[in-house]
Design a protein around this ligand. Sequence first.
Ligand code: NAD
Length: 375
Amino acid sequence: MNTRRDFLQKMGASALMLQLSSLSTFANYSEKKDQPYQGRVLRVAIMGLGGYGTRVAEAMKACSKAKLVGVISGTPSKIKDWQLKYDIPAQNCYNYENFDEVKNNPDIDAIYVITPNALHHDQVIRVAKAGKHAICEKPMAVNAKQAQEMVAACKKANVKLLVGYRMHFEPRTLEVIRMRKAGEFGKVMFFQGQCGFKAGDPNQWRLNKALAGGGAMMDIGIYALNGARYMVGEEPVWITAQETKTDPVKFKEGVDETIQFQLGFPSGAIASCLSSYNINHLDRFFLSGDKGFAEMQPSTGYGPIKGRTHQGELNQPITTHQTEQMDQMAAIIFENKQPVVSVDGEEGLKDLKIIEAIYQAAKTGQKVKLPANVW
Ligand code: NAD
């Protein structure tokens, strides 16, 4: 299966179909573990029927606890296609102007926002005001202030806000986290996270600051940052960062091409990370403690995730990340289940606070300190 990087670079209609047909070859981890599910099913509408929205919709076919029942799109022809493909009734179809009316629709429980980053803030707040649970893609917003407002709006409306951190449900990732918690690596001293790919089309929204909120750091670097936090198991107290730009025409002001950043944690552990839109084959994690290590490559692509520790190969089941994520999110929403690593709005807010500090450190060349009360 190709990586996410290849997917974004080469995606055309035929490439997309090939990608999607290979999805069904992966097992659904939850279904294997559980008895046939008899409980309440999370009825989801997807907002934004683009590349990732399509991937989520295909993966949801294998869900037992969640079901795609609605769409929100600005393109009527896409709505028609999706209606046919996923058997979606007309009364569950909305556009960006009228989706507030979902408030009066008892057949939709949650809306999954899968649009360009800068749109998440307003869209999630509208979802909350309509009284529906919000699932939002990463980055959940383009700055911490927006993320804070989204958290507050969902709290006020008494709906859940979850962020699409699919790696938080990935079995091999969870095994490394289990080992770290059990002390099997000893005292964790170092994490390295390298995440990047060559961004293709110069006109895509990902290279437009107004829609993306930044560059690689917002899109792919966030995996290295989030990974540093869940692998080390602490929140950083200081940050340094350096930016490199080799192509200022393609990567305009405010759109970062490559950033290296370093994080210091309260225990003394450090992380060294790389985020890039101009380097291929960057999908690697390395965690080192005084008794052992873990290395994963690929570490955050669509999978299969591969890796080994000082004890041997990681061989937990291979899952379709989005199937697993949506089943587990249904359990978080309806059964109040707590994931091993949080996927709530507060978790997304933490990443944005750190991303702001990374940008500040890269701009000023200064070490940025994050006091403990930031968290
Ligand atoms: P995409 O360009 O393929 O799709 C975006 C969709 O939003 C399109 O259907 C487009 O029509 C729609 N849209 C609505 N308003 C728009 C506007 N004003 N400008 C441009 N498009 C608009 O992008 P994508 O790859 O699907 O990414 C969408 C979101 O999903 C992003 O936040 C991205 O970070 C996230 N994502 C997450 C993962 C993951 O693995 N979790 C992977 C890819 C993308």
